[in-house]
Design a protein around this ligand. Structure first.
Ligand SMILES: [Zn+2]
Ligand SMILES: [Zn+2]
Length: 242
């Protein structure tokens, strides 16, 4: 199975990522990808881009670069149990794609406990398309509530290849989440979470895990560009032009 898009990538607009947008597009071209999304961290992360980064995506035109289509959005930080994000609703409403992730430096809740309500509240935000790398054992949640709700709200659960490399404590939980997505009919997306061009489109560990649990290919929303654009277009009632 080859995943032909990568919809969670960072550029050097975030100081702890090291490639430019153009370098990422070239890497995507070289690996035969059809589409990538630039999703830099929301402004509450200490080295994230300024708010203006997210307000001027219209400068990036055309949206096909080196033969690869580009979506512009964010990996917004979930800041509290109410599921609030660190970008105003008026800003994220205009984005192509919104991933919502918990990062310990920007999330006000304690490690441990139960974070089910956080994810439920995040999914009540109609602009959120993806729950990012939610397999951290630091922030447990009730899989049997969150995953069916993702199905109901048409939100994708991310299987993040970066977690297999940099967050090995997440691996067992990622597998449990994938099994639950299969059981409840929820959709997933498979991403690199690249912080350098060398990682763009590289997702072998995530794919291997999905194949091992027999995850149905038709529920991998970003398997190819056509499928992912159709998903986003219908969810956001928006026409995407590249
Ligand atoms: Zn993240
Ligand atoms: Zn990320």
């Amino acid at each position: 199975m080859k995943i032909l898009t990568d919809i969670h990538t960072h550029t050097n607009a975030s100081a702890h990522a090291y490639s430019s947008l153009y370098e990422n597009m070239c890497a995507a071209r070289d690996r035969g990808l059809e589409l990538i999304a630039m999703t830099n961290h929301g402004p509450s992360m200490p080295d994230s881009p300024h708010l203006w980064h997210f307000l001027y995506f219209k400068a990036i035109t055309p949206r096909t670069i080196e033969g690869v289509r580009l979506l512009c959005g964010t990996e917004a930080n979930v800041v509290n149990k109410d599921g609030e994000l660190d970008l105003p609703p008026s800003v994220i409403a205009g984005m192509d794609i919104v991933i919502a992730s918990i990062h310990n430096v920007t999330y006000s809740e304690e490690v441990g406990g139960d974070h089910t309500e956080t994810w439920m509240n995040v999914m009540d935000n109609p602009h959120v398309d993806v729950l990012g790398h939610c397999g951290s054992p630091d922030y447990p949640f009730d899989i049997d509530r969150v995953i069916p709700y993702a199905k109901e709200k048409n939100v994708c659960i991310e299987i993040n290849n970066h977690s297999f490399l940099s967050r090995p404590q997440n691996i067992d939980r990622c597998r449990e989440i994938a099994v639950a997505c299969k059981k409840y009919g929820a959709s997933v997306v498979v991403n690199s979470d690249a912080h350098f061009m060398g990682e763009i489109g590289i997702v072998p560990r995530a794919v291997e895990m999905l194949e091992k649990v027999g995850f149905p290919e038709e529920r991998i929303m970003n398997l190819n560009a056509e499928r992912f654009i159709k998903y986003l277009s219908e969810k956001k009632n928006k026409v995407f032009e590249f």
